[in-house]
Design a binder for this molecule. Structure first.
Ligand code: KE4
Length: 429
């Protein structure tokens, strides 16, 4: 019997490139047919065949309190009845800005936008405008959205500028981007010693989640902080994924790092499109309309999306929220590791707060290079065995996974029971 997912996927590909509005959704790295989601509630999603799955994507992070949380839905409904968008300031935007500044003290002022890409792109332009410098540094394996300057891969040598990773990005754009190795403080220090006074900013995921999960070492981030201060470069932490996911104060609170700018998204919108960038007031003052760095957006700070974000951020401030979320995620990761060991499968896993990484490798990867050596074929087989049994993991060996506050012991235990069967299936391959 043909699945409705197959029918919808075939139809979608006629009107939308690849049948999806974001490439990772197309299942191209794992193969098979993407599940077209019809509804979601708590830790569950249902596909077009009305099959239920335990969801470990959570919209790539936003659904941290669980899907369709009553308090979030009510806040959205109430806001929507007062109109959807005005193109004028609202009190809700002030409440959101004040709350973000309160929860992340490194942020003295913040601007709301509509996507993580827009937030990261704007933070880069602000750093360049404030410093008068063009060169930026990013790290291999980190993703900061699809702005041209950030779709760049490492050049051939330490100081050779990057090459575009995407068609359509002019060489001239990529040549201002240096791509270094994640968790390599010595290389970062050497680069600053060579050209530090030309560097506008360094942008990094403090807990990387776009090459699978790879936390920064404290030495890496503290070196970055020191050399950025020494050479007058702007330190940007991209916390679109880690912000309000790994801790209430984000990764910067775990590492005790004070960045100059922070990029946020996902959780602060609770599933609706809001992102943000903010930090030192003296930098933010460079933004139009008071400064010369232009940045704008028709739906920036949209009242309905802000209502979803405020309701979500209220829920995550509940006492013990992150302790419980971290404990459940650890339980998942430890249980999966034990299950793989029982089946004799080379596997390791890691977690930080409510995000986790699964690696088909005997040891947890410590670098991008080690991450790329993970067994993708085994991941893909595991992915499909879990999917067929009702557990929905990220459809790529190089993505992180996400737990919500609704993933209680029963959900985790059900996942582990499914995983034991999946690992046993792998062992028989
Ligand atoms: P968006 O433009 O997708 O809202 O945010 C871009 C972005 C920026 N920074 C970080 C650290 C991010 O993780 C992201 C987006 N994350 C991906 C997950 N790998 C979104 C999923 C997708 O592209 O569909």
């Amino acid at each position: 019997m043909t699945s409705n997912n197959d029918i919808l996927f075939a139809r979608a590909q006629k009107s939308t490139p690849g049948g999806v509005n974001s490439p990772v959704r197309a299942f191209r790295s794992v193969g098979g047919t993407p599940r077209f989601i019809s509804r979601a509630e708590g830790p569950y999603i249902w596909d077009a065949d009305d099959r239920r799955y335990i969801d470990y994507i959570g919209s790539w992070g936003p659904a941290i309190v669980g899907h369709a949380h009553p308090a979030v839905i009510k806040a959205v409904q109430d806001a929507a009845t007062r109109g959807l968008s005005f193109g004028a300031p609202t009190e809700g935007e002030i409440l959101m800005a004040e709350l973000i500044c309160q929860l992340m003290p490194s942020i003295e002022q913040v601007r709301l936008v509509s996507s993580g890409t827009e937030a990261a792109m704007s933070a880069l332009r602000l750093a360049r405008g404030a410093t008068g410098r063009d060169t930026i540094i990013k790290f291999e394996g980190c993703y900061h959205g699809h702005a041209d300057s950030l779709l760049v891969k490492a050049g051939s040598g330490l100081l050779t500028f990057g090459n575009p990773t995407s068609a359509g990005v002019p060489e001239d754009f990529a040549k201002h981007t240096l791509v270094l190795d994640y968790n390599n403080p010595q290389q970062l220090e050497d680069t600053f010693r060579e050209i530090g006074n030309k560097i506008a900013c360094v942008i990094v995921e403090p807990v990387a989640g776009n090459m699978n999960l790879l936390p920064a070492t404290p030495e890496f981030l503290h070196t970055m902080r020191r050399v950025c201060t020494q050479y007058g470069a702007v330190m940007i932490l991209d916390e679109v994924m880690s912000g309000f996911r790994v801790a209430l104060g984000g990764a910067q609170s775990l590492y005790g790092i004070q960045p100059d700018l922070t990029v946020l998204g996902k959780v602060i919108g609770g599933g609706l499109p809001v992102a943000a960038f903010g930090g030192r007031a003296d930098l933010m003052q460079h933004l139009a309309p008071i400064g010369g760095v232009y940045q704008a957006g028709t739906l920036s700070g949209n009242p309905v999306t802000v209502a979803a974000g405020l309701a979500t951020l209220k829920l995550v401030q509940a006492p013990g929220f992150y302790e419980a979320l971290g404990a459940q995620t650890s339980k998942l990761v430890q249980g999966l590791t034990a299950a793989a060991q029982e089946a004799g499968i080379a596997f390791s896993a890691n977690s930080v707060g409510g995000m986790f990484g699964l690696y088909f490798a005997a040891e947890k990867p410590q670098s991008y290079t080690e991450m790329m050596k993970c067994d993708v074929a085994n991941f893909n087989a595991f992915f499909h065995a879990m999917l067929d049994a009702g557990v929905y993991l990220a459809p790529s060996a190089f993505e992180a996974g996400f737990v919500s506050a609704q993933h209680d012991d029963a959900i985790i235990d059900a996942t582990l029971q499914t995983a034991r069967a999946a690992f046993a299936q792998l062992a028989r391959r």
